[in-house]
Ligand binder design. Structure first.
Ligand SMILES: NC(=O)c1ccc[n+]([C@@H]2O[C@H](COP(=O)([O-])OP(=O)(O)OC[C@H]3O[C@@H](n4cnc5c(N)ncnc54)[C@H](O)[C@@H]3O)[C@@H](O)[C@H]2O)c1
Length: 254
């Protein structure tokens, strides 16, 4: 196990989207800092690999297979962590649904799927987690996207869902301003994960419209972003509340 400060020793952390990419890296990072991690994802096989990786690293993890497009499953997720470990200290909403579509091709079902995973699910997980987080003086970190801050061609559903997640973060931060809970977000640009590797460009798109979003300083690896997530989640981040930190290598700089 990598030597750490044990910043989250004794804490219980729920991470969604933990079967791969940034979610898995986040779960591993919290576990290395001593947290017991409850990892949630719709991909049960990927979750099992994450649990194995945490345990191989000397940490403690529990898999909670969850389809975040199912609101009832979201509502029950925080209780699973409390049932297993007696408390909840941090919630990280990392899971995301992504695809490129030309606006005329977006169906109601396709729109609803993206918004269910990226906004509705995180809301109901937060709603169920907040009573526990008030009790523990805990925190929430939501993973938005640079797309929340730019009109993004061929991502009308995704970009609008991430913009909604940023405002949801700020709205709940205001509603809970008189409690000890802190609620923040990060907005990455490109990350080298399955999401980008597997994305398919629809036929008939105008490629020059996508040049605006090409990261001039390249993409991040998931591990480049976990320090920021842990900073926001823990005591070192006590000045952050209702913030969304852009971590996009300059995409939204100009
Ligand atoms: N990859 C990028 O370039 C990029 C850029 C900006 C923001 N993000 C955001 O970062 C977050 C992590 O994405 P990633 O890059 O690690 O991609 P990823 O594909 O590796 O991980 C996304 C995870 O979300 C899970 N997921 C999808 N639908 C789900 C559902 N219905 N229920 C439960 N889990 C579900 C997937 O199974 C997967 O494990 C996402 O919120 C994404 O929108 C990614």
């Amino acid at each position: 196990m990598t030597a750490t400060n044990g910043e989250f020793a004794g804490k219980v952390v729920v991470v969604t989207g933990a079967a791969s990419g940034l979610g898995r890296a986040t779960a591993l990072a919290f576990a290395r800092e001593g947290a017991r991690v409850v990892v949630a994802d719709v991909d049960a096989a990927g979750l099992a690999q994450t649990v194995d990786a945490v345990r191989t690293d000397g940490g403690e993890a529990l898999a909670a297979p969850t389809d975040i497009s199912d609101a009832d499953a979201c509502i029950s997720l925080p209780g699973k962590a409390v049932q297993a470990y007696g408390q909840l200290d941090v919630l990280c909403n990392v899971a995301g649904a992504f695809r490129f579509d030309r606006a005329p091709d977006i169906t109601p079902a396709g729109w609803d799927k993206i918004h269910a995973v990226n906004v509705r699910g995180p809301f109901f997980i937060m709603q169920a987690a907040l009573p526990h987080l008030v009790e523990s003086a805990g925190s929430i970190v939501n993973v938005a996207s640079a797309s929340a801050f730019l009109g993004h061609a061929y991502l009308a559903h995704y970009a609008s869902s991430k913009a909604a997640l940023v405002n949801l973060t700020k709205s709940l931060a205001m509603e809970y301003i008189n409690t000890p809970v802190r609620i923040n977000a990060v907005a990455p640009g490109g990350i080298n994960t399955a999401m980008t590797a597997s994305s398919v460009m629809p036929e008939g798109i105008e490629f020059p419209l996508l040049m605006r979003y090409v990261p001039l300083r390249g993409s991040s690896d998931p591990e480049d972003l976990t320090d920021l997530i842990l900073l926001l989640a823990g005591p070192r981040g006590k000045s952050f509340h209702g913030a969304c930190i852009n971590a996009d290598r300059g995409i939204t700089a100009g």
